[in-house]
Design a protein around this ligand. Structure first.
Ligand code: DSN
Length: 427
């Protein structure tokens, strides 16, 4: 990552003069990122190169359609950006086809429903309280309102996907589409199992890889691409690109999915973001990025183990990926309190439902922690042990008062770490 301090360092150029209120927000957000530990599993710190593409004049251009087939003139340059992004994405994931226009993971997911399902048809997906996602058929989402979701969960003992239940539900309900993936799944998913099951009942097999696609890009975990009909993802999590989405699919589904992204679900693509995705895909093809993804997993495993040593139990016993989910019932703290106590001490993490959670989602019995950000900052295994100590101190002994003695003590430890491993380091 470059360390161009003129881009994100001490001011935002003309914006600082014209609009001190907003440039002040940009600077204080940078200060917030730099001064705390960012452990939200779905966040990362994009490079200045990605941020430069995001802040470019490509933001101005309307380009409805696809390269060479636009509904507007003047698309010669954005056509180049999108073609480069598509080709890099296909190469990175070994995919037949890529669509880089989805504005987000949720938009990419909408396109999959649009391409393959009619309203009222059945999808089999992981339930939200067991680690799925809103767009996987939750009642409050379009996916739950307009389609017929059947949900599988995890096994009560292993806390891993209950594959027997998945098979039984698939055979009983004969869904048109089977979905694997979610937002709080610490373990690897058996894609071969899902592929075989989908083939058995004649269903489309879709993987929502938003959380772990970055690990796939770097080769740290196995890829769903050879197995799935379509793989959707976000580009801003472990992948470390701009806040956006994309999908890759088998050649036979390309035309259908392209039409579902545009014009069915979206209008004009965000060409500045597509250019930033191209930059990110180039970054992800480097040996440095591959090493980063291995370090993300090693760090997540160490963090989960070290938290367990402080009585903060990881569900499934640990993790194979970038995140772990922790059950706080043994220490008698709710997720919402843990999040507030950590926040008061400069540690940003999120409360999370755990499987079979007795609490409402807004309270939750768990926390989710992830290592994409701290690994981007260069932290390694010893620092994960320190982070676990700091989390334990804040969550078990602390409170939500930033001025309390415990919060102050934890914050001193956080400050030491972020001083030694700065985010967006100054040149
Ligand atoms: N909100 C994302 C997450 O934190 O996992 C998923 O969409």
């Amino acid at each position: 990552m470059s360390t161009d301090d003129t881009f994100y360092g001490s001011d935002f150029g003309a914006l600082s003069t014209f609009d001190p209120e907003i440039s002040g927000v940009l600077l204080s957000e940078l200060g917030r990122i730099r001064s705390g530990l960012q452990l939200i599993a779905s966040e990362n710190m994009s490079s200045p190169e990605v941020l430069t593409a995001l802040g470019s004049t490509l933001s101005n251009k309307y380009a409805e359609g696809y390269p060479g087939r636009r509904y507007y003139g003047g698309c010669s340059e954005v056509d180049k950006a999108e073609t480069i992004a598509i080709e890099r994405c296909k190469t990175l994931f070994g995919a037949d086809h890529a669509n880089v226009q989805p504005h987000s993971g949720a938009s990419a997911n909408q396109a999959v429903y649009g391409a393959f399902l009619q309203p009222g048809e059945t999808i089999l997906a992981m339930s939200l309280p067991h680690g799925g996602h809103l767009t996987h058929g939750a009642k409050v989402s379009f996916s739950g309102k307009w389609f017929n979701p059947v949900h599988y969960g995890v096994d009560r003992d292993t806390e891993n996907i209950d594959y027997d239940q998945v098979a039984a539900l698939a055979r009983e309900h004969r869904p048109k589409m089977i979905l694997a993936g979610g937002s709080a799944i610490p373990r690897l998913i058996d894609f071969a199992f899902f592929r075989a099951l989908a083939d058995e009942i004649g269903a489309i097999f879709w993987v929502d890889a938003a959380h772990f696609i970055g690990l796939v890009a770097g080769g740290a975990i196995p890829s769903p691409v050879p197995y799935a009909d379509v793989v959707t993802f976000t580009t801003h999590k472990v992948l470390r690109g701009p806040r956006s989405g994309a999908l890759v699919c088998k050649a036979e589904h390309a035309a259908k999915l392209d039409k579902a992204v545009f014009p069915m679900m979206q209008g004009g693509p965000q060409m500045h973001t597509i250019a930033a995705k191209a930059v990110n895909f180039k970054e992800c093809a480097t040996p440095e990025y591959a090493a980063y993804t291995r370090a993300v997993v090693a760090n997540a495993q160490q963090l989960a183990t070290s938290l367990a040593g402080h009585g903060i139990r990881p569900t499934t016993g640990g993790t194979d990926t970038h995140l772990s989910l922790h059950d706080l019932q043994g220490i008698g703290v709710t997720g919402v309190d843990a999040e507030a106590r950590a926040d008061a001490a400069g540690i940003v993490l999120n409360k999370n439902a755990i499987p079979f959670d007795p609490q409402k989602p807004g309270i939750a019995s768990g926390i989710r922690v992830g290592t994409p950000c701290v690994t981007t900052q260069g932290m390694g295994l010893p620092e994960m042990e320190t982070i676990a100590e700091l989390i334990a101190m804040a969550v078990i002994k602390g409170d939500a008062d930033p001025d309390s003695a415990v919060s102050q003590e934890v914050r001193a430890g956080v400050t030491d770490l972020v001083t030694r491993f700065p985010a967006y380091p100054r040149a």
